[in-house]
Design a protein around this ligand. Structure first.
Ligand SMILES: [Ca+2]
Ligand SMILES: [Ca+2]
Length: 135
């Protein structure tokens, strides 16, 4: 089900819901869904594979690695999303429930996860997953 490369969309106030984004883990460069957005479809082991240097606010290395300051799981109802601190699904893991927006998911700095995300994966709702933080 979750196969494919991320698709990119410009953002601002985009809440990452609706047709075209279903199945995606959505991340934004700034808090409060600010600046540019990427919709990550599938499981991705290293965000350095995905350029974001076409965007003004993409710093410092020109990829989506260590950029995310807010996020949203538009996984469509069956899967919780995980953003990992390190590549290859390692380090601190932030678990995001399906289509739930909170102050924390709107600003990762609230729990020390600002500009940290480097890979993403999923787990089925109802299955067990040890998460460093869940929101
Ligand atoms: Ca950021
Ligand atoms: Ca990282």
């Amino acid at each position: 089900m979750f196969v494919g490369a991320p698709a990119y969309a410009s953002s601002g106030t985009n809440t990452c819901t609706g047709p075209g984004n279903a199945g995606a883990t959505c991340i934004w460069i700034d808090a409060d869904y600010g600046s540019e957005q990427a919709d990550f479809f599938g499981t991705n082991s290293n965000f350095t594979s995905f350029d974001c240097d076409i965007f003004t606010n993409c710093l410092p290395d020109g990829t989506w690695n260590d950029e995310a300051s807010s996020g949203y799981n538009d996984g469509g109802g069956s899967f919780n999303a995980i953003l990992w601190q390190n590549a290859s699904f390692k380090g601190f893991d932030e678990c995001m429930k399906v289509q739930v927006a909170t102050a924390n998911t709107k600003d990762f700095a609230n729990f020390g996860f600002n500009d940290e995300a480097s890979s993403n994966s999923w787990y089925a709702v109802g299955s067990s997953q040890s998460c460093s933080h869940t929101d």
